[in-house]
Design a protein around this ligand. Structure first.
Ligand SMILES: [Zn+2]
Length: 426
């Protein structure tokens, strides 16, 4: 039996009024729902509003409190880097716009219009630069749009990843960052988070790097050009979620006895997939033509079904309008996914021999404009397993299903696996 694990990013809302899933017309998904088992799920745990990366890691069957290595190393892994353990620390980076005189951040994403080729050129200029202290150096790579990876390293001195962010929007707590509340839009000085000499060194190197980057990028021809056409300069790199080690976990294929592949569009998703030992099918990043994007993900899914047992597909659509507080946009994204992905998927696959999971990595309620800890709806369709007869895939309807409330996302795949085992000879 094959498995399609289908995650709709941020589709869930808070149940305090009609939700996007209730408002959206999604006949394909709603036609599958009665045939499956339904429930609600905290993707990491009650009280935790997760970022997508740790949430995806969790719903793939891994407890992030025990195993997660942090966003920086995951992005590095996704971008194809390895880390010299003890001597390098990887950060997730944003190209941003800063006023070099006051260090005020004008835009955390340079107006969201930095092209990947511009970013690559800027990254090349600062990649490999030497830092004056501790035999320090930096490796820099741009990934998609304003996003990138920065690795701060030393050739001879040990470093530590226990240092804070320079991005004011996130505060590092343990291995994960939380969205900062009421922060000042100003570059944050990197601080050691313990008294070790390693953390102090690392923070110093980050601050030296940041200063140099502003000097170099502010007068870079690409930024002169951007400024002359009225665009914001990409003249700083904001760092967050430093991590010093890439520790791989027990491969997902071994955990569940199935050969998995992920369809991934962003470096962070590729990183998570590689971390759990999954193959990765690369698809182009989301474009303006969402319908075409979903068709493309569908074609890729169908083409992989023969070679793989389980396919993880993650569609971004509803998350961004959720962050923007845009109910209409969220509804439209859910409807487009239904029309261009779910409907043709259900029509094309053999439902007698294919199990399907549908859920979200977290809620992004349009009423809150951010990720929240609200539980997300879950649907598990397995041929030969009785469905709950629930009429629609919504938060409220799924809450009445036989799965009840799943308290941690990492418990989902074991449930699916045992149900699949029961009805097939796996
Ligand atoms: Zn997400």
């Amino acid at each position: 039996m094959k498995l399609i694990y289908f995650v709709i990013d941020g589709a869930a809302d808070k149940i305090n009024g009609p939700t996007s899933l209730e408002r959206a017309k999604k006949p394909a998904l709603d036609s599958l729902t009665p045939k499956g088992k339904c429930g609600l799920m905290y993707t990491i745990g009650k009280g935790i509003a997760p970022e997508s990366d740790s949430a995806v890691f969790s719903i793939l069957g891994y407890n992030p409190h025990e195993h997660y290595i942090g966003r920086g190393p995951v992005e590095a892994l996704g971008a194809g880097f390895d880390l010299k353990s003890g001597y390098e620390v990887a950060f997730r980076a944003n190209f941003a716009t800063i006023d070099p005189a006051t260090l005020k951040i004008i835009d955390r994403r340079c107006g969201r219009n930095l092209r990947s080729d511009e970013a690559a050129e800027l990254a090349k200029t600062v990649d490999g630069i030497k830092l004056e202290l501790y035999d320090g150096y930096a490796r820099v790579a741009a990934t998609i749009g304003h996003r990138g990876v920065v690795i701060i390293g030393s050739k001879t001195y040990r470093l530590s990843d226990n240092v804070g962010n320079t991005d004011p929007a996130y505060i590092k707590v343990g291995k994960i960052s939380m969205a900062a509340k009421n922060f000042e839009m100003k570059l944050v000085e990197c601080k050691p988070l313990d008294n070790s000499i390693e953390a102090k060194r690392t923070a110093e190197l980050v601050n030296i790097f940041t200063k140099k980057v502003i000097e170099i990028l502010d007068r870079h021809p690409i930024n002169i050009k951007r400024a002359s056409r009225g665009d914001l300069k990409a003249n700083v790199l904001l760092l967050r979620d430093g991590g010093g080690e890439i520790i791989k976990v027990k491969p997902i294929n071994e955990l569940f006895g199935m050969k998995f592949i992920a369809i991934a569009e962003m470096p962070v998703e590729k990183g998570i997939a590689r971390l759990v030992g999954m193959d990765v099918a690369e698809v182009p990043p989301p474009s303006k033509d969402h319908a075409r994007d979903y068709e493309n993900r569908l074609e890729t899914t169908l083409s992989l079904l023969e070679k793989y047992d389980a396919i993880y597909v993650h569609l971004k659509g509803p998350d961004e309008p959720g962050h923007d507080g845009n109910l209409e946009g969220k509804i439209r994204a859910i409807e487009l996914i239904d029309k261009y992905f779910t409907k043709p998927l259900i029509e094309s696959i053999d439902l007698e021999n294919t199990a399907i999971i549908v859920t979200s990595d977290h809620a992004t309620p349009w009423t809150h404009k951010s990720h929240t800890d609200d539980p997300v709806p879950v649907l598990i369709y397995i041929p030969g397993v009785d469905g709950d007869g629930i009429s629609r895939f919504t938060e409220r309807e799924c809450s009445r299903g036989s799965l009840g409330l799943i308290e941690h996302g990492w418990k989902l795949l074991p449930i699916v696996y045992s149900l699949m085992k029961k009805v097939s000879n796996m």
